[in-house]
Design a protein around this ligand. Structure first.
Ligand SMILES: CCCCCCCC/C=C\CCCCCCCC(=O)N[C@@H](COP(=O)(O)O)[C@H](O)/C=C/CCCCCCCCCCCCC
Length: 215
């Protein structure tokens, strides 16, 4: 994986991976899910070292999942559904407090899943924003409505400070490599339902298994 996060970001590429995430019977392919996150991390890395602590956490979690996907039980890590079934059936998930499985696939994916909700809220705000909107405010609002509820004070503070140095809306749109603002807005409109569907399917699955609060 070394170096893959340094390449140029493309919103289209991320959109394509999220499109490929769902199987015909609405299972979420882990390979595409992880590929989507890798694409997003490229974007994060292009914003500078202030975001390094966020990128490091995301890359670490991506790597945990990749290790399972390439490990001896790889066949069980094809989809989120098969991973959940395998780990739950084999008692490989710490359910109430951290124990012998502190880095289960289920727990690791849950962290990225919560971040996907932040992404959904943030992209929707970006899509409906006006030229004078502040990306830092849009990002903070989306964060407070989602991920912040799972983060301790120190992380919330650090994240809040990082948001303050986010580039303006115009730069943001340029980095997406889609074209003029109208096309970015259209592309975001295309991306959002896909991200929402992947989010909702995962959310429902975790809810069914009472796993939305894994330690
Ligand atoms: C389409 C282009 C525009 C949007 C591009 C967005 C690019 C974002 C890329 C990655 C997002 C980072 C995902 C972060 C995952 C965080 C998972 C998490 O909650 N980890 C915490 C809990 O883990 P455990 O301790 O339980 O293992 C961990 O404590 C977190 C540490 C780092 C701080 C996370 C702050 C997240 C802020 C939200 C992302 C802001 C990115 C702003 C860039 C626009």
């Amino acid at each position: 994986m070394a170096g893959s996060e340094d390449q140029k970001f493309s919103l289209q590429e991320v959109l394509d991976t999220f499109k490929l995430c769902l199987s015909e019977n609405k299972e979420v392919y882990l390979e595409q899910y992880v590929a989507g996150w890798r694409g997003l991390v490229k974007f994060l890395n292009s914003l500078g070292s202030v975001f390094g602590f966020i990128s490091k956490d995301a890359v670490g979690k991506i790597q945990i999942l990749v290790n399972y996907m390439n490990g001896e039980n790889a066949s069980h890590y094809a989809t989120v559904q098969s991973m959940v079934k395998y780990e739950v059936d084999n008692n490989l998930v710490d359910v109430n407090k951290k124990g012998s499985h502190p880095e289960s696939g289920c727990r690791t994916l849950l962290r990225l899943h919560r971040a996907l909700r932040w992404l959904e809220l943030f992209l929707d705000r970006l899509r409906t924003s006006t030229e004078d909107s502040k990306t830092s405010a849009l990002c903070a609002e989306a964060y407070n409505e989602s991920l912040a509820q799972h983060h301790p004070w120190m992380i919330r503070k650090a994240a809040g400070m990082a948001f303050l140095v986010l580039p303006g809306r115009q730069t943001f749109f340029e980095v997406m490599n889609v074209g003029p603002p109208e096309q970015v807005v259209a592309k975001l409109g295309e991306a959002l339902p896909l991200i929402s569907e992947v989010y909702q399917i995962t959310e429902d699955l975790y809810a069914q298994h009472n796993m939305l609060d894994l330690p």
